[in-house]
Design a binder for this molecule. Structure first.
Ligand SMILES: [Cu+2]
Length: 103
């Protein structure tokens, strides 16, 4: 089964329940993304890319929010996700929230 996290950044990724952290995220998409944990999927901080969705609170402040800035992943770089509790976690890109699938 293809791992949606390793296959690149999908804007909306749901980590499988019980997946053992840490796991790594690699940006293969050719532009910067974020990999930001959110309670619910929604819009990011660039209104023109939100397809009409309201920004989620975790993304709304953009990179002026340190919590968002530290989830930025540049092309070719890897981010290691650690310390997740067991259960389901939702991650999305705060720049391009609607351009990919749910995993
Ligand atoms: Cu993105």
């Amino acid at each position: 089964m293809e791992n949606p996290i390793r296959s690149g950044i999908s804007s909306r990724t749901r980590s499988a329940s019980g997946r053992e952290p840490p796991f790594s995220v690699v940006d293969q998409g050719g532009e910067p993304h974020t990999f930001t944990e959110v309670k619910q999927f929604g819009g990011g901080f660039i209104p023109g890319l939100n397809d009409g969705q309201a920004p989620v609170p975790e993304c709304a402040a953009g990179f002026s929010d340190v919590a968002v800035a530290r989830t930025r992943i540049l092309q070719g770089s890897t981010s290691l996700v650690t310390g997740l509790s067991k259960g389901t976690h939702y991650f999305q890109c705060c720049i391009h929230p609607v351009d990919a699938r749910e995993g």
